[in-house]
Design a protein around this ligand. Structure first.
Ligand code: MN
Length: 179
């Protein structure tokens, strides 16, 4: 399959009322989204709570900037990771992703700059919007390592959350409209 046809994923670091990482997977023409308070991990022994949130338009994948005061999620957002993904099972095409999502267990291979290899996203029993994101044990696993501590910058611009806040204060940040 040509690389351009592979679905995209993005992870946005979002300093709202509470810092979190928005993990988004392109499934069924939208970005299915989860808010991960502690961010993703490459340590297979770590299970990260991922709270299912509203779908986002595909154009939001590259959004980096500041959500204005008075809007939901007000605060700076940067693109912490970006790339493509596919079902971990090589026999499954992208069309199987919606079924896996519905069944409450997604096993995917991520090909980002910081997140790579197999990941499991599994819905918790009796908690319909709460999932766990877990790194699989493969050559990309980094036991004992916290990738969100290693990298704090945007993969698009190299900016940090602080840089965005500074740009807002200086009124030099461009505005962005999705769609
Ligand atoms: Mn968010």
């Amino acid at each position: 399959m040509p690389r351009s046809k592979r679905p995209i994923f993005t992870v946005q670091k979002h300093q709202a009322t509470h810092l979190h990482y928005d993990f988004r997977l392109e499934i069924g023409g939208v970005l299915k989204s989860w808010a991960i308070p502690k961010g993703p991990s490459l340590d297979p022994s770590v299970k990260r709570l991922a709270v299912e949130v509203e779908d986002h338009d595909l154009c939001y994948a590259n959004f980096e900037g500041v959500i204005e005061e008075g809007h939901y999620g007000a605060g700076p957002v940067l693109v912490w990771d970006a790339g493509w993904f596919e079902p971990l099972d090589a026999n499954q095409g992208p069309e199987s992703l919606a079924l896996m999502l519905h069944a409450g267990k997604l096993e995917v291979h991520l090909q980002g700059q910081r997140l790579r290899g197999g990941f499991t996203l599994v819905r918790m029993k009796d908690r319909p919007r709460q999932w766990l994101l877990i790194k699989q044990r493969d050559k990309e696993a980094r036991p004992g390592h916290e990738v969100v501590e290693e990298f704090s910058t945007s993969v698009l611009s190299g900016r940090t959350i602080k840089d965005l806040e500074t740009a807002v204060a200086a009124r030099t940040l461009e505005t962005y409209r999705c769609g």
